[in-house]
Design a protein around this ligand. Structure first.
Ligand code: TLP
Length: 346
């Protein structure tokens, strides 16, 4: 039985053409700054994101960590959304390696307004650790792939400037946001001092993320990357996958979004999972389970027995993610299996 893997957009296999591009990559020692493929990827990403320079890093987690370490000093406070990836899934790296404290603020499906952020900014007095950085996530993973409205980001930026704070975007899925809205990546990144973008999610690369910001900031970030053991050598083999993905895999994200919406429309008709399908804006579906007797683990296990993989995503939810490896036929099959297993259940 063919498995249909909707656990994450991280599960993609590199395509044959991507593997060919990797095999043919020109490489050098990147700790010496001599890997032509890494340098090309960094220059290209800096241009796309509208920043002076960019730096290839091993993962999205490393991208956020290096960025936070570069922006802060031990004892600083970072404002981020309460469901954000660094707060939930990054093993408290900023606290463990940087002595940084998080101030998590609940948003609406992961999206914060300036009015939510303002009360979390510490007064400059003898009682509080200084707020230094605001991190926003676009698209928001635990928010169900929500796209950040640019006006909200710009209002938060104005607030940050009033308080002399810097801003970082966890743009693990930034290209999903740009494809969904038509907003160019550089416009989305302009209100931020730094950004982190993953190549290993919807873009379908096996490994890698890129962070970007001002040249002096990237110089410092390069030191933190090395300190964390992230100075890679002939990393051009990986960067070549990134360059290939920028050419071939950005536009297809629209197909992932179309398939996620089709799936959401069908699943929302099953009473057990009823929800507003228009809330699905990109490639992530967070599906609520209404029956208190049915656990996410049970739903996941029943689906797994039929060859459909997804993950529990909270006490009452499961998550399904479309990606490069999911076809229209897969979506039709998943809908069929959901109906077979759950249509009669409320
Ligand atoms: N997210 C993964 C899991 O860790 C939850 C997933 O399957 O969605 N920022 C965001 C918004 C992310 O969703 C992720 C990965 C990361 C950062 C970290 O990227 P990696 O996995 O490359 O360290």
């Amino acid at each position: 039985m063919k498995k249909i893997d909707l656990r994450s957009d991280t599960v993609t296999q590199p395509t044959d053409d991507m593997r060919k591009a990797m095999a043919a990559a020109e490489v050098g020692d990147d700790v010496f700054g001599e890997d032509p493929s890494v340098n090309r990827l960094q220059e290209r990403m800096a241009g796309l994101l509208g920043k002076e320079q960019a730096l290839f890093v091993a993962s999205g987690t490393m991208g956020n960590l290096v960025s936070i370490l570069t922006h802060t000093r031990p004892g600083d406070e970072v404002i981020l959304e309460a469901q954000s990836h660094p707060f939930h899934y990054e093993f408290a790296g900023a606290a463990a390696f940087g002595g940084v404290q998080f101030f998590p603020v609940p948003g609406n499906h992961g999206i914060l307004d300036a009015e939510d952020v303002a009360p979390a900014i510490r007064p400059d007095d003898g009682h509080h650790s200084p707020t230094r950085l605001i991190c926003l996530e676009n698209t928001h993973n635990r928010g169900g792939g929500k796209v950040y409205p640019l006006e909200k980001i710009e209002r938060i930026r104005a607030l940050a400037e009033q308080h002399h704070l810097v801003m970082h975007m966890d743009g693990a899925r930034l290209f999903n946001a740009t494809v969904a809205t038509g907003i160019p990546p550089a416009d989305y990144c302009a209100p931020f001092d730094s950004v982190s973008v993953c190549l290993s999610k919807g873009l379908g690369c096996p490994v890698g993320s890129v962070i970007a910001g001002p040249a002096d900031w990237v110089k410092e970030a390069r030191r933190f990357r090395k300190r964390l053991g992230g100075g890679m050598r002939q990393a051009g083999i990986l960067a070549a996958a990134g360059l290939y993905a920028l050419d071939h895999h950005i536009d297809q994200l629209a197909e992932d979004h179309r398939r996620a919406k089709q799936l959401a429309n069908a699943l929302s008709q099953i009473p057990l999972f009823e929800f507003t399908p228009s809330s699905v804006e990109t490639n992530i579906i967070v599906l609520p389970i209404h029956d208190p007797e049915t656990t996410p683990a049970e739903v996941v296990s029943k689906l797994q027995n039929e060859g459909v993989l997804c993950v529990p995503f909270g006490p009452r939810e499961i998550r399904l993610v479309t990606h490069l490896g999911i076809t229209d036929g897969d979506v039709a099959r998943v809908i069929e299996i959901f109906n077979k297993l759950f249509a009669g259940q409320t």
